[in-house]
Design a protein around this ligand. Structure first.
Ligand SMILES: [Zn+2]
Length: 71
């Protein structure tokens, strides 16, 4: 039973990690997008934060690449 619970916990942790692993983050206010680990990306307010799973997705949404991290 304990092993079963450990498996469920591991699965939930993995799923959460996947959700957080969006590669690109956009700023809905400035219309710029960044690599998720760009220092400017970390400063985006939660309310302005848009996540993209691919570069194309961000470009198609009208976002321009950040000059600092040039995604
Ligand atoms: Zn950036």
């Amino acid at each position: 039973m304990k092993k079963f619970l450990a498996l469920i916990v591991a699965a939930v942790v993995l799923m959460t990690a996947n959700v957080l692993a969006s590669n690109y983050v956009g700023n809905a206010n400035s219309k710029k997008f960044h690599y998720a680990d760009c220092s400017a990306a970390q400063k985006i307010k939660v309310s302005n934060r848009v996540e993209f799973s691919s570069r194309e997705e961000a470009v198609r949404a009208g976002y321009v690449p950040c000059k600092r991290c040039s995604p």
